[in-house]
Design a protein around this ligand. Structure first.
Ligand SMILES: Nc1ncnc2c1ncn2[C@@H]1O[C@H](COP(=O)(O)OP(=O)(O)O)[C@@H](O)[C@H]1O
Ligand SMILES: [Mg+2]
Length: 273
């Protein structure tokens, strides 16, 4: 199992979009996947069409991480209704549902014991090959909790002036966190999102990011896509959406997922929980 956090200092850069794009690619590839919606806004839960039926949300699971059984509280993504089994094993795409309740842990001063809460919740997640953690837009307690439970961290950035600087700051924060709390954590890379192909500013910033971060800048980059909000608003997987632009986007997420899973290969197979 690999646990991958999708984080950034800033909101609105596309963490939830990247999480759902990767989850859609994982579903298409038949990789049993859990999405942990750690953002109190719970956008990933909405975009993945989850309808809880008495399950505890992730905030409540974090509150009692040893008593709340993950397996009893995850909710299957609504996307599964649109997958045809074709005789293959039933696909697995579950969500640990987000809620405002997680906000109680989003403090800057979260102690070492609290930082391990998500690791405890995920201790019984062995039936998944992939766990994607959608983080809130800050480097406070929840994001740090996600990092401490993760094998890899990815950062999402738009190719603009402030987001390049913000990404560099976040990279430094990951290195410091790693030294102190999570020696096995590897920064799996940076995902450039909302790239406009005709924009010379974006081309310039991408080149700058390439120079700064080298192979940590993952490929392919994800372009600005006109119907992306419509797909998310309809709670559809991009792989299930008709039309050429969704098809292109699906292919990009397939490749990105592969590159992400093989990034920093030395960190795989580590038994740390
Ligand atoms: N590649 C993209 N093309 C077009 N719109 C996008 C793209 N990525 C994100 N968006 C839109 O930008 C907004 C913020 O994205 P979101 O994934 O919610 O960011 P975050 O989780 O970092 O706050 C959303 O309305 C989303 O639909
Ligand atoms: Mg989000």
């Amino acid at each position: 199992m690999q646990v991958v956090s999708i984080s950034s200092l800033k909101g609105g850069v596309g963490k939830t979009s990247v999480t759902t794009g990767l989850a859609s690619a994982a579903l298409a590839a038949g990789i049993p996947t859990l999405v942990v919606d750690l953002d109190p806004h719970a956008d990933a839960s909405t975009a993945m069409g989850v309808q809880p039926d008495g399950q505890l949300d992730i905030g409540r699971m974090l509150k009692s991480p040893r008593r709340a059984r993950l397996g009893d509280n995850v909710v299957p993504s609504g996307w599964l209704k649109r997958t045809s089994a074709n005789g293959a094993p039933a696909p697995v795409l579950d969500v640990a549902v987000g809620s405002a309740y997680t906000g109680i842990y989003d403090r800057p001063d979260l102690g070492r014991r609290d930082l391990r809460r998500l690791s405890h919740v995920l201790a019984t997640a062995d039936n998944y090959e992939l766990v994607l953690v959608d983080c809130p837009p800050s480097l406070n307690g929840l994001t740090r909790m996600a990092w401490s439970a993760s094998d890899k961290v990815t950062l999402v950035a738009e190719p603009g002036l402030f987001s390049v600087a913000g990404t560099e700051r976040t990279m430094r924060a990951i290195q410091l966190f790693r030294q102190e709390f999570a020696p096995g954590l590897s920064p799996a890379g940076i995902i450039a999102n909302r790239v406009r192909s005709g924009s010379s500013e974006h081309a310039f910033r991408l080149a700058e990011m390439q120079t700064m971060f080298g192979k940590l800048l993952l490929t392919p980059h994800i372009p600005e896509q006109a119907n992306w909000q419509q797909i998310q608003g309809a709670a559809h997987a991009v792989h299930h959406w008709p039309g050429d632009s969704a098809k292109n986007s699906s292919a990009l997420y397939d490749a990105l997922l592969q590159n992400l899973l093989s990034a920093g290969d030395d960190s795989q197979g580590r038994a740390k929980r």
